[in-house]
Design a protein around this ligand. Structure first.
Ligand SMILES: [Ca+2]
Ligand SMILES: [Ca+2]
Ligand SMILES: [Ca+2]
Ligand SMILES: [Ca+2]
Length: 370
């Protein structure tokens, strides 16, 4: 417990004498030697100086933010901007921000129930422009935003000005992938497809743009393709819709494509591009006769004359099985030669005609049109 080296033995002193000296010394020095061996000798102890002082209380809150504004937005984010206020009103540097948002107007009363943003920036010195982007918002939704500022004591400013914005729609309808030609005629094609949505494949788009061209349609030449008219109003995604394109030319190859647009003018990409060739113009004109020998209403014909007449059709052709020839009230069987476009009927009467006789001829025929 004691440092023996401080008390070297003198010559002739015995162990007993040393023990007595140590005991006396310990009594004289008292307790301090127990605490600090260096104070082995006398110390001057002052009376404790006990006193206090008081820090002034910070009871001044940061100024209210009065210039909160919206500096940008996307479908699911809104960026806010404001100027930093101070620790004490408009001076110094505050300690923290509390930004909240809600789909309802934010007031002092409902502030506590508004959604608390996370990750607000640390306040900068008063007057500094600050910003924060709130994410995970919903598309096409009106949000209100407000901010409060606190100092290190947690004196909190009152509610800032409240701003609002509606997040935009930046998602186009999906591209139609199943455009098809359901039917066609010589001058029309009936198109069919499944409705895409407002946003990709959900919801309801706002309009269609159907185009056609005799050249392959691509996004590059989309603008120069012919715009159809009378497109239907889009129905909810997945519904089958149709459009008849009319006024087309017969026996012509046409390409067709469609794009939907939502109410925010986001336009879908190009659909699958189909092509179809219109039918031939239907035959609506009956056969006709020509090349009559003898000529119609001719006079002075010999009694031995044969009767020759052409039966023609400019469309599908004459159906030879329908040709009828009636001479003076009697159905006869002329020799029929030629092709469906131009049959020649040659009738050689078995008996000569009679002098001065009027011969009455009737020809009937139908064409091969379906
Ligand atoms: Ca303060
Ligand atoms: Ca929309
Ligand atoms: Ca959309
Ligand atoms: Ca015909």
């Amino acid at each position: 417990m004691f440092c023996i080296n401080r008390y070297p033995m003198k010559g002739g002193e015995g162990m007993k004498t040393l023990k007595i000296k140590l005991l006396v010394t310990a009594i004289l020095i008292g307790l301090p030697i127990l605490l600090n061996a260096s104070n082995a000798f006398a110390a001057n102890v002052m009376t404790a100086d006990v006193y206090t002082f008081t820090i002034v209380a910070d009871t001044t809150a940061p100024s209210v933010v009065a210039n909160l504004s919206i500096s940008g937005s996307t479908e699911n984010t809104v960026t806010l901007a404001w100027s930093a206020t101070g620790d004490d009103a408009a001076s110094g540097t505050a300690s923290s921000y509390d930004i909240r948002y809600s789909t309802a107007l934010i007031t002092t009363t409902n502030w506590a129930s508004a959604i608390q943003a996370a990750g607000e920036p640390t306040p900068a010195i008063t007057g500094t422009s600050q910003s924060m982007t709130i994410s995970s918002l919903s598309r096409e939704t009106k949000y209100y935003f407000a901010i409060k500022v606190s100092d290190e004591v947690a004196n909190q400013s009152s509610l800032s000005n409240v701003v609002n914005t509606t997040t935009p729609d930046q998602t186009a309808p999906s591209a139609v992938a199943n455009l098809s030609a359901a039917s066609k005629t010589h001058n029309s094609v009936l198109l069919s497809w499944s409705a895409p949505g407002d946003n990709a494949v959900s919801g309801t788009a706002a309009s269609y743009d159907v185009r056609y061209s005799t050249a392959l349609i691509s996004l590059a030449n989309w603008d120069s393709a012919t715009q159809a008219t009378g497109e239907p109003t889009p129905l909810i995604a997945g519904t089958t819709q149709t459009l008849s394109i009319t006024g087309l030319s017969s026996e012509t190859k046409y390409y067709f494509a469609i794009r939907a647009t939502d109410e925010a003018s986001n336009q879908a990409g190009l659909s699958n591009v189909i092509n179809t060739t219109t039918d031939a113009t239907p035959d609506t004109t009956p056969p006709y006769t020509t090349g009559h020998v003898p000529a119609k209403d001719a006079t002075g014909i010999t009694t031995t004359s044969d009767i020759i007449v052409h039966v023609k059709d400019d469309g599908a052709g004459v159906d030879s099985s329908t040709i009828q020839m009636i001479v003076n009230g009697v159905s006869v069987s002329p020799l029929i030669t030629g092709t469906p476009a131009d049959y020649t009927l040659t009738y050689d009467p078995s008996a000569d005609f009679i002098n001065g006789q009027s011969v009455f001829i009737t020809i009937r025929a139908s064409d091969l049109a379906p």
